[in-house]
Design a binder for this molecule. Sequence first.
Ligand SMILES: Nc1ncnc2c1ncn2[C@@H]1O[C@H](COP(=O)(O)OP(=O)(O)OP(=O)(O)O)[C@@H](O)[C@H]1O
Length: 223
Amino acid sequence: MIKITNLHKYFYKGEPREVHALNDVELVIEDGEFTLLNGPSGCGKSTLLNLIGALDDLSEGEIYFDDDEVSSLGEEDKTTLRLEQIGFVFQAYNLIPVLNVKENIAFIMRLRGFEESFIENRVTELAKLLDITDKLEYLPNNLSGGEQQRVAVARAVATKPKIILADEPTANLDSINSKILIDMMKELNEKEGLTIIFASHDEMVKENVRRVINMYDGEIVDG
Ligand SMILES: Nc1ncnc2c1ncn2[C@@H]1O[C@H](COP(=O)(O)OP(=O)(O)OP(=O)(O)O)[C@@H](O)[C@H]1O
């Protein structure tokens, strides 16, 4: 469970233009949720996702992963938390261009020292689920955007993290590929019990998630 209490985030753009990007956010996200942070550009979706993912420091408040309060962790523990418990999917795929699809999917598993036999099986399993089995030897540049994003999802879920944070994952995809991606993520959510949190203003995502958290001007309006 993720529990967020009294969360504020300020950015300093040089005095006096201080940005209050998140304003007293209170939120509980249960294990296994398939949830969207929804709202207009600038309302704070990415900021909230980055704080949940321990990619940025909060200004005030607490974010709990079960019993661990994230902001009180040292840098090393935050890195471990990110590596072991969270998978990230970004708008810009962020695949490693010199590694083929198989190596990209295996990347975090290798970083964490997983057994080669586990890695082989997991790559095969995910490639099947995400329909990229015939692309495993390709370099990312030779794939379509939809395929690249599916590789990014496979890489993010490979180590079986508890949570996937997906920031505008469909922003560069057409509607057909967006739907394919969302359906595949839904299947992963159901099959592997992953908690998935999207930040997006894509209607397609909105129509397919189970919970919509509406944000406006740094606040949670409902959801
Ligand atoms: N690094 C930063 N420095 C200064 N201000 C920032 C920074 N990052 C975000 N902001 C500001 O914080 C507010 C929230 O931004 P955020 O990117 O979280 O919104 P968003 O809802 O994700 O928007 P979008 O849908 O356009 O990605 C905005 O006013 C933005 O300009």
